[in-house]
Design a protein around this ligand. Structure first.
Ligand SMILES: [Zn+2]
Length: 520
């Protein structure tokens, strides 16, 4: 026994060491050595209310989903990949303040800047950023005056979960410089170079897990993934559901207006702090999810506007083609409808509408037309003015309108017309593309004077390059002119039921020509 005891003791000691060794080995392999950080993603959200006749989206539903997910996965970051302040019918009135209110309620953590965040200029954006309870991140958007990220934000943010640190930085499209209104003091740096610099800096600080919150095109996102070493890209801008991967990093984009919520789980090693694996699922946001009661406050605040926008003003018995690509390329029934309304309301001989000012960018289904539909087609609050031009200038204006039709897939200057019929051939050189032109059934007389209805943007400011109209004599000036949306609405109200059809007033001889490829 005495001998045996030390022997037994030795055996027990050996067994204990063995057991501890086994336990620590299994502990290393067990999943509790990883920390799960859940990223909740939406992007390009222009409305806080549900869309698609109430069936999809809605920030009140997002909050319900977020709270449910947090119960199961407490380390959660709620992310918006940009584009929310504009464009929307509500933003005509509130300049995006209604969305900031909604995101504050929805408990958003971070957003990057989308190109549309600059639509109302840098000062309005700064104001919106100050109202935000969440943080904005855009490492490549630099305020030239300070040399720092726009709006005094940090280049990147760091969050710690159960001892594991993750860093997150934002990136914005460089083209925002020309497609929106950031003004001369905002600079957009190369996304790839900025990402590389950010990742280097973050890794140098000892943090291994890096999230890029981006508002870029998919090809740029892939470039960022390949060039920088980020772990995951939470992206936006395309408005369609995309899941891709490049350079070992997955890239996610949801459909616009929160029709889905992306749930991306990063399983991060507690020992190394690096991402071991990623799981994800795409959760449809539908009317099966109840709305969080906290949103009652918001509905009360903006309820009267939403009610006003839902007011039915008439009906259309046909689909209305308000797609941007169509209105910038060819005659559309919406282009005809607007140009006819401009001409009739001003009593002008002819009307011209630049296709780029026709928005909505969708085919509006036949059925009731609400004030919201009218404003979504014409959201810019332009005035409908009347000027007097010579036949020569009118021809020049129309030539200008089709001068980019071969060179550019969707030129905003493309003319939608009324009282005018013309045939053009974009294979001919710019300036001589119109091969047939008549005004109210008669050939255009270059020496005659005609009255023309157009927006103040085109006829007074010479917008979209229509500089030849700037010197025309004003018959109805801005001060006495009506808003474009009101003119369109009056035309709908007058008819009660509209059925606009294209009538061949614009003919394109090179219709089947494909736009030039970008490939070398
Ligand atoms: Zn965008």
């Amino acid at each position: 026994m005495r001998i045996a005891r030390p022997g037994l003791r030795r055996f027990l000691l050996t067994a204990t060491i063995f057991l501890v060794a086994v336990m620590s080995l299994s502990a290393q392999q067990k999943p509790d050595c990883t920390v799960r950080v859940t990223l909740l993603q939406v992007n390009d959200v222009y409305q806080f209310a549900p869309v698609d006749q109430g069936t999809r989206g809605g920030l009140a539903r997002l909050l319900t989903l977020k709270k449910a997910i947090e119960k199961e996965s407490p380390n959660t970051l709620f992310l918006l990949s940009g584009d929310t302040i504009s464009p929307s019918v509500e933003s005509i009135t509130y300049k995006g303040a209604q969305m900031i209110d909604a995101w504050n309620l929805a408990q958003l953590d971070y957003s990057t800047l989308g190109n549309h965040e600059f639509d109302f200029g840098p000062d309005v954006l700064r104001q919106r950023m100050q109202e935000s309870k969440f943080k904005w991140l855009a490492a490549n958007v630099i305020d030239k005056k300070t040399g720092k990220p726009f709006g005094d934000t940090q280049p990147y943010a760091v969050r710690e979960f159960e001892g594991v640190k993750v860093a997150i930085f934002g990136l914005t499209l460089e083209e925002t410089k020309t497609t929106s209104r950031p003004g001369p003091d905002v600079e957009f740096l190369s996304p790839c170079e900025t990402a590389r610099k950010m990742v280097k800096e973050i890794h140098a600080s000892g943090i291994k897990t890096v999230i890029a919150l981006t508002h870029l095109s998919m090809s740029e996102d892939k470039e960022v993934a390949r060039c920088s070493g980020v772990d995951v890209i939470i992206g936006g801008h395309e408005h369609t559901l995309l899941e891709s991967s490049a350079g070992g990093a997955p890239i996610f984009k949801m459909t616009a207006d929160a029709r889905e919520l992306g749930q991306i789980d990063l399983n991060i090693s507690k020992n190394s702090g690096a991402v071991e694996s990623i799981d994800w699922k795409i959760i449809p946001v539908t009317n099966k999810t109840r709305e969080d009661p906290q949103f009652v406050v918001l509905n009360r605040k903006y309820g009267s506007l939403i009610k006003e926008l839902s007011r039915v003003v008439g009906r259309s018995s046909v689909e209305l083609d308000a797609r941007s690509a169509a209105g910038r390329k060819q005659e559309t029934n919406v282009g005809d409808l607007i140009a006819d309304a401009f001409r009739v309301s001003t009593g002008a001989d002819v009307a011209l509408m630049n296709g780029g000012s026709i928005r909505a960018d969708e085919i509006i289904a036949a059925g009731p037309l609400a004030r919201r539909d009218i404003l979504s087609i014409l959201p810019f609050k332009n005035k409908v003015v009347k000027v007097e031009v010579s036949g020569k200038t009118l021809r020049e204006a129309l030539e200008h309108g089709v001068a980019r039709s071969a060179e550019d897939a969707e030129p905003g200057r493309f003319p939608q017309v009324s009282g005018i019929r013309f045939t053009f051939d974009a294979r001919r050189p710019p300036g001589s593309r119109i091969v047939d032109l008549s005004i109210n059934g008669k050939p255009l007389d270059e020496k005659r004077m005609y009255t023309l209805a157009a927006s103040d943007y085109v006829a007074i400011d010479g917008g979209d390059g229509y500089a030849m109209l700037k010197t025309a004599r004003l018959l109805i000036p801005r001060e006495r002119a009506q808003f474009d949306a009101d003119v369109l609405q009056a035309a709908v109200v007058a008819k009660k039921v509209i059925a606009p059809k294209t009538d061949g007033r614009i003919k394109r001889l090179d219709q089947n020509q494909k736009p030039k490829s970008d490939c070398p």
